[in-house]
Design a protein around this ligand. Structure first.
Ligand SMILES: [Zn+2]
Length: 289
């Protein structure tokens, strides 16, 4: 009996933790969810994909699993991407590889006509303003709050038609100026905009391109952003609950008409906000109300 027990313990010590990639086929601009099982003596350090390191956090509901969100930029090369999980095994640093298959998003192309001065601002003052605003926002998106504010599924910031999905290649006055970095919702001026989930308001500002902007930190590197707002209902530093009124929609910034632009960031990378919401609701926040 004792021998069997020792043998089983021996086998258990050899057994590796499991790596469960929930969506191993992920389009450019989307996020992958990778789960790791708890294993005695293992301390997870992070996931490295193409030199960028992503944190691993404990799944709150069961305490038996860990997870990592791997965001893929819109410009990520298509194909098999090798990633590795780095961990300590009884204090010794080790790593294990796994792969993700990055697919083309087959995003549509869209032509947009706006005032030339909004596309290519010439004024040094405006250029400086844009640079300062970009730097400020990137500093926020790249900071990873260790704790999580969320415990319930994400919701949409408003119930409305989608007028332009994430990822559409954008031609401003026939010049390719990147892609649509969020999801646009039809919203008449002054439509109430709600927080997609619990979090901390980290930016409330009128910006050149985004217009009236609110950014919410949901913790663990997850951010949602709300652009072109006409009126703010929250202040920087405030804690908000899911569904709470944060602003009124508008048409401020670089826009052709009133709507809500809703976007998301994972560890600094701009990702499809609706794919992210579904991914988190399915794999992290399932069964919660
Ligand atoms: Zn938009």
């Amino acid at each position: 009996m004792r021998f069997v027990l020792i043998f089983l313990l021996f086998i258990a010590s050899l057994a590796a933790f499991s790596i469960d990639v929930k969506n191993d086929e992920v389009v450019r601009g989307a996020t992958a969810f990778v789960e790791f099982s708890t294993q005695r003596g293992i301390k997870y350090l992070g996931v490295v994909c193409k030199k960028k390191k992503f944190p691993i956090f404990k799944k709150p509901e069961d305490g038996r699993h860990y997870f990592a969100l791997i965001p893929f930029s819109y410009y990520a090369p298509v194909g098999i991407k090798k990633c590795r999980v780095e961990y300590l095994n009884a204090g010794v640093k080790k790593e294990r590889n796994f792969t993700l298959n990055v697919l083309d998003g087959n995003y549509k192309k869209e032509k947009i006509v706006v005032s030339a001065k909004k596309v290519n601002p010439k004024s040094p003052k405006v250029k400086k303003r844009i640079a300062v605003e970009y730097k400020e926002a990137m500093k926020i998106y790249n900071s990873i709050t260790k704790k999580s504010y969320i415990s319930r599924p994400f919701i949409l910031p408003l119930e409305s038609n989608i007028t332009s999905p994430f990822g559409v290649a954008r031609l401003y006055n026939s010049t390719l100026k990147g892609y649509h970095s969020g999801t646009d919702f039809h919203a008449a001026m002054g439509t109430p905009v709600k927080a997609a989930n619990d979090g901390k308001v980290v930016l409330v500002k009128k910006r050149f391109y985004a217009g009236g902007t609110v950014v919410i930190d949901h913790g663990e590197g997850i951010y949602t952003c709300y652009f072109h707002l006409s009126h703010f209902k929250v202040k920087k530093g405030e804690r908000v609950k899911r569904g709470e009124l944060i602003a009124l929609s508008g048409k401020s910034g670089r826009v052709t008409g009133p709507h809500l632009h809703f976007s998301a960031r994972i560890c600094g990378v701009q990702v499809d906000p609706l794919q992210l919401e579904t991914l988190l609701n399915t794999n992290l926040l399932k069964g919660k109300q």
